[in-house]
Write a protein that binds this ligand. Structure first.
Ligand code: IVH
Length: 693
């Protein structure tokens, strides 16, 4: 190749790689297979290595990072990076709108409404359409040059698309998507590294790396939301600027909208708030910005914040409280889970008094003790968890030593007194009492009766507790021997024990009706399917999908019970650990007796011939479903794909034939891309299903 040809080839590769990267990381709409991208990148890398005269810090090859520089140089912001005033209530938002209406004389000013990302504010400077420098906010006047780290973030364009002004500073938020955060922490735990406290800290810490190769390994992304210094003319409104930035190649949140009036702002707040838990990243509120720049100028600034914008915050997801005591729960498989009883605290919009500590390792890592001040976090419907201890507030004795010793998990089960043991390599400690342990028995019954297992309507936790407590039920088969009289008597005893004395005729009738309904529900549950039964038995590590695979593979219970570990390992998706657990479960006399008792009590399940080689258009293909589908549940989609011969699996590997990625798909989609697998969106799935309907 001549020098000119080489230069042209390099330019062509860079343009094509930039396009592909923009489609993938900004538009979320990839158009070439990963393998093709990789091949182009490799070719470019080789050409650049052979021709250093064509080096460019903004080449797609430069996103991998490089070794430590000494420190971060200060960068003065030509236009200061401001912060925002906060609103916490509807009234504060109404006041904000009223102030603007009054001072601008506009009765219906329009606002750009945007999610408030919980990351790190960054300013990116472009000259002649090329990225030259990026800096943190710092104190607003001077930040730090973190260009090398920012170059590794794929959604930050290194070259702008189309006509760009000579000087352009774009501001926005660098954030760590939740899926990436979870993945990072899972890996950190595996390697014994320190996990990140939350995605925000993850983003901040990643940008502070002196070795940008480390930053390049971190899952970071960028959304643009404002401008700094710009040469040349600008559109007249903020919303037009955001659109313009999209055109230049920046990612702008798809949730931005233009709204009007206090009601419009509040509706936006509630709408985004309702989606908060499902978003692939953390947000801590929304931001309203007066849309017209002339009106923004008229409103001006106070101290460090504009008067034309406000952040409307969501209820905090983290709060501080104190530990009253540390307790443990014993689960169905004997897992001993420590949790804290705390002084009531308002977090994530509700009052809570309990937070989980997950396991003994977590207790040791956090070193939570009685009396400690802790930070708890509650996101959506997940169980609140302890995030960290505020060490400075630990209560001390007269000699300055901690008042309480480090917490130790009990050595014996608080429910049955059996030893608590922890197998080598396991994070979870377990009560060894098995079904002798009332706590495990209760959990086993609750699981058995749950909706996705045998589905006994009306048999909730409360009644299971009483049934076990008062000795009406020992094993699962006892459920099928309960009579209306038993249940009425039990209810009476449990009411008495609780100090409730409903001695009226009406209460008696209500109790009888309740008992009749429950007996009818139990009766109806006698007829079930093999896969539900297998899931309901509560064999460790046999979830719904493994239960389904086992039911299909063996067709009936008897051959499954007779199968040894070797035979079990032949079942798709069953590895040596699960095979051993299944074999162990069926080898235990008390489990065999429980199954015989179920049959004796009239329980029966549909059995069929084993199905090994399904036919259909997807025969022999392994499909993974990830993300949310709009038209149907993932379960339903899985069932329909199975009906066409597919094997549906939960994890992506080289053996996966196809990944169906719905809304907000995360790490599985990323992995599929990495492996260059075939990926369908929901539309492709629906089209396929329709073709075979
Ligand atoms: S605008 C002059 N828009 O919130 C306005 N900020 O408290 C400057 N933030 O430091 C900021 N999402 O880190 C703006 N859509 C958004 C934002 C946003 C998150 C952060 C940003 C800033 C802080 C202000």
């Amino acid at each position: 190749m001549s020098g000119r040809e080489t230069a042209a080839r390099i330019a062509d590769l860079r343009r094509r790689l930039d396009d592909a990267s923009h489609r993938y990381h900004v538009l979320d709409d990839p158009d070439i297979p990963d393998a093709e991208y990789d091949a182009m990148l490799r070719e470019l890398d080789e050409l650049e290595a052979a021709h250093p005269e064509f080096a460019d810090p903004n080449s797609p090859t430069q996103r991998v990072g490089f070794a430590a520089s000494g420190r971060f140089e200060p960068v003065a912001h030509a236009v200061p990076m401001l912060s925002l005033a906060n609103a916490f209530t509807d009234e504060e938002v109404a006041d904000f709108v009223a102030r603007i209406e009054k001072e601008t004389g506009d009765a219906a000013p329009r606002f750009s409404a945007e999610p408030k990302l919980d990351g790190l504010a960054i300013s990116l400077r472009y000259e002649g359409g090329a990225f030259v420098r990026g800096a943190t906010r710092g104190d607003g006047a001077t930040g730090e040059d973190v260009s090398a780290n920012l170059r590794t973030i794929k959604s930050i364009p290194l070259k702008l698309r189309g006509a760009a002004p000579e000087v352009l500073e774009v501001r926005g938020e660098v954030y760590m998507p939740r899926a990436g955060f979870e993945q990072y922490n899972a890996r950190a735990r595996e390697l014994g590294d320190k996990p990140l406290a939350n995605p925000r800290n993850g983003a901040a810490g990643s940008l502070r790396q002196l070795d940008s190769r480390i930053t390049a390994q971190r899952p970071l992304a960028f959304y643009a939301y404002a401008l700094g210094e710009v040469s040349g003319a600008l559109p007249a409104t903020h919303s037009e600027v955001l659109r313009w930035l999209r055109g230049l190649g920046f990612a702008v949140s798809p949730l931005v909208d233009v709204v009007e009036g206090t009601d419009g702002l509040l509706a936006y707040y509630r709408n985004v708030g309702a989606q908060r838990d499902e978003l692939p990243y953390d947000i801590d509120g929304v931001v309203y910005k007066l849309d017209r720049f002339d009106q923004q100028r008229a409103m001006g600034f106070v101290s460090r914040a504009p008067r034309w914008a406000i952040a409307h915050k969501f209820p905090a997801q983290e709060a501080a409280t104190t530990v009253e005591s540390i307790e443990v729960n014993v689960g169905r498989t004997g897992a001993v889970t420590p949790w804290v009883l705390m002084a009531p605290v308002h977090v994530g919009g509700v009052n809570v008094t309990r937070a989980t500590l997950h396991n003994a390792d977590q207790v040791a890592r956090l070193d939570v003790r009685k009396g400690d001040t802790i930070i708890v976090r509650r996101a959506g419907d997940v169980i609140p968890e302890v995030v960290r201890v505020i060490g400075e507030r630990r209560p001390l004795d007269a000699s300055g030593q901690p008042l309480h010793a480090p917490y130790q998990l009990p050595t014996h089960c608080p429910d049955c007194g059996s030893a608590v043991e922890r197998e080598a390599g396991e994070v979870v400690a377990r009560c060894t009492g098995g079904l002798v342990c009332p706590a495990q028995r209760k959990q086993a019954l609750i699981h058995f009766a749950s909706r996705r297992a045998i589905d006994i309507e009306g048999l909730g936790e409360r009644f299971v507790d009483a049934l076990v407590e008062f000795g009406y039920v020992h094993g699962i088969a006892d459920l099928y021997r309960l009579t209306v009289e038993d249940l009425v008597e039990m209810k009476q005893r449990s009411d008495e024990a609780a100090g409730v004395v409903p001695e009226t005729v009406k209460a008696g009738k209500v109790a009888t009706r309740w008992a009749e309904n429950l007996v009818a529900a139990i009766d109806a549950s006698r007829s079930t399917t093999l896969e539900r039964l297998l899931f309901a038995l509560g064999i460790r590590d046999v979830g719904e999908s493994t239960a389904k695979v086992l039911a299909r593979h063996f067709g009936a219970l008897a051959p499954l019970m007779a199968a040894d570990e070797e035979a079990l390992k032949d079942v798709p998706d069953v590895g040596p650990v699960v095979a051993a657990r299944i074999a162990h479960f069926f080898a235990e006399p008390h489990n065999r007796e429980a199954i015989a008792a179920l049959q004796a009590a009239g329980m029966h399940w549909s059995e069929g011939a084993p199905q090994r080689a399904a036919d259909g258009p997807l025969a022999g293909k392994t499909v993974v479903l990830t993300g949310g589908l709009a038209a149907m549940s993932r379960d339903e989609a899985g069932a329909r794909l199975e009906a066409l011969g597919a094997k549906v699996s939960g994890s992506v590997s080289r053996k996966t034939s196809l990944v169906v990625a719905g809304e907000a798909a995360g790490s599985k989609l990323a992995k599929a891309r990495e492996l260059g697998l075939e990926i369908w969106d929901e539309a492709a799935l629906l089209a396929f299903l329709a073709a075979y309907a």
